[in-house]
Design a protein around this ligand. Structure first.
Ligand SMILES: *[C@@H]1O[C@H](CO)[C@@H](O)[C@H](O)[C@H]1NC(C)=O
Ligand SMILES: *[C@@H]1O[C@H](CO)[C@@H](O)[C@H](O)[C@H]1NC(C)=O
Ligand SMILES: *[C@@H]1O[C@H](CO)[C@@H](O)[C@H](O)[C@H]1NC(C)=O
Ligand SMILES: *[C@@H]1O[C@H](CO)[C@@H](O)[C@H](O)[C@H]1NC(C)=O
Ligand SMILES: *[C@@H]1O[C@H](CO)[C@@H](O)[C@H](O)[C@H]1NC(C)=O
Ligand SMILES: *[C@@H]1O[C@H](CO)[C@@H](O)[C@H](O)[C@H]1NC(C)=O
Ligand SMILES: *[C@@H]1O[C@H](CO)[C@@H](O)[C@H](O)[C@H]1NC(C)=O
Ligand SMILES: *[C@@H]1O[C@H](CO)[C@@H](O)[C@H](O)[C@H]1NC(C)=O
Length: 329
């Protein structure tokens, strides 16, 4: 086996076999290659049926000899002889790589009769996302451009899915022009090539906007009882709240009044309503994108029915007048 002369003789025979193999072109001895599909990283055995009379046999990767008989020519540790007897001559490739893809030839000779078996090794790679946009935070009205890069063999498809509306957009890029606050959500990139289960990842898109006060009511209150004023504001990032009374005096907590700030709202909790509590309260909600204010009354019941207070400076004249009357009672 270590004898160079023998090796050269072998090589000579193989070269003849090889030239015959390449000229066979699917003719007399050749036929369309069988495809063997294997997942990257897996092992694969390439089998070759031979006749009893075979005198020479070899496995080739393209034009490189891997095995000449039982003599290993390949330097690749992953390539081993799986079986060699009178009827079967098989090699095994461990941890298949993408570069292993291609034609493999089992060449044999019996009674000066060359035989060629072609095998085409197809290496598949499960679709995988390799790079994707980071979570983004933008202001309402800005454009958002997301990308999702995937690899795989065969070439995978890439789609973006809108989680909220279930809309799908094909391709690696998702462009949203002049984004609206309703479009703030998790966008999901899905890649698939049918080799394994699809790979998917989410990108969170945060849309910032200034506070918008949505809920506030004039509230009746009885002396000596409890009462609540509410100011609800939608905002991203969440608003911080301040309260002012009548002449813009800041409202502060004391033993009869507590300010309770939550994520989307602020509450004025009156634990024991007294005369001085009645009046016009202004809630001021702000974040780094802007501010908004709204006013509401804490009033003595009977005189006026609580009505949705104006969200703007110009409140309904009716409410204003009533309030003035109220405060003078
Ligand atoms: C092998 O795969 C190729 C490409 O995918 C295909 O065109 C050919 O028909 C396949 N051959 C056989 C024998 O299945
Ligand atoms: C050759 O090996 C194959 C696979 O191990 C086996 O099925 C077959 O019986 C063997 N043939 C001979 C002649 O030993
Ligand atoms: C087959 O040949 C290719 C190209 O020369 C090489 O990259 C690959 O490692 C070889 N594979 C085996 C199993 O010999
Ligand atoms: C991902 O893509 C971004 C933008 O194209 C690039 O700056 C970054 O280096 C990429 N990251 C990796 C790990 O390839
Ligand atoms: C991006 O947003 C997703 C979905 O909300 C979250 O699970 C993930 O932790 C975020 N990633 C980073 C890097 O903040
Ligand atoms: C509410 O305040 C008034 C006047 O300060 C006091 O007389 C009354 O006891 C208080 N009521 C309660 C329930 O604390
Ligand atoms: C309250 O809002 C009105 C418009 O809704 C605005 O004109 C006014 O300046 C605001 N007040 C404050 C103190 O920001
Ligand atoms: C309450 O105060 C605000 C802000 O000062 C003012 O715009 C509004 O007209 C007042 N409402 C009443 C009913 O007085």
């Amino acid at each position: 086996m270590g004898c160079p002369l023998l090796r050269n003789a072998f090589a000579g025979v193989l070269l003849v076999l090889l030239s015959q193999a390449s000229s066979a072109h699917g003719g007399e001895f050749g036929h369309l290659p069988d495809n063997i599909t294997v997942l990257e990283g897996d092992g694969v055995t390439l089998r070759c049926q031979i006749d009893e009379e075979v005198t020479h046999k070899a496995w080739l990767n393209r034009s490189n000899i891997l095995f000449a008989g039982t003599d290993k020519w390949s330097l690749d540790k992953r390539v081993t002889l799986a079986n060699s007897n009178n009827s079967d001559f098989s090699i095994h490739i461990e941890k298949v790589q993408v570069t292993d893809e291609g034609p493999y030839i089992c060449s044999s000779q019996a009674n000066n009769n060359p035989r060629i078996a072609n095998v085409y090794l197809i290496v598949q790679v499960a679709a995988r996302i390799v790079n994707i946009s980071k979570n983004v935070s933008v202001n309402e009205g800005e454009n958002v451009n997301l990308f999702c890069l995937a690899v795989g063999r065969p070439e995978p498809t890439v789609t973006w899915k809108d989680q909220k509306y279930g809309l799908v957009s094909d391709g690696e890029f998702l462009d949203i022009t002049e984004i609206k606050r309703q479009q703030a959500e998790d966008y999901e990139c899905i890649t698939n090539n049918g080799v394994a289960s699809p790979d998917q990842r989410k990108v969170k898109v945060t849309v910032n906007y200034p506070p918008l006060i949505t809920d506030m009511k004039n509230m009746p209150a009885h002396l000596g009882k409890t009462a609540i004023l509410r100011c609800e504001a939608m905002a991203v990032p969440p608003a911080s709240f301040e309260w002012y009374k009548d002449d813009h005096r800041p409202v502060e907590s004391d033993n009869t009044l507590r300010i309770k700030n939550e994520k989307t709202r602020s509450l004025l909790l009156f634990t024991n309503v007294t005369e001085k509590h009645f009046g016009n309260y202004t809630c001021f909600a702000s974040n780094r994108l802007g501010a908004s204010n709204a006013s509401m009354l804490l009033f003595r019941p009977g005189a006026i029915q609580g009505r949705g207070a104006g969200l703007h400076a110009g409140m309904s004249v009716w409410v204003s007048l009533s309030a003035v009357l109220l405060l003078k009672l």
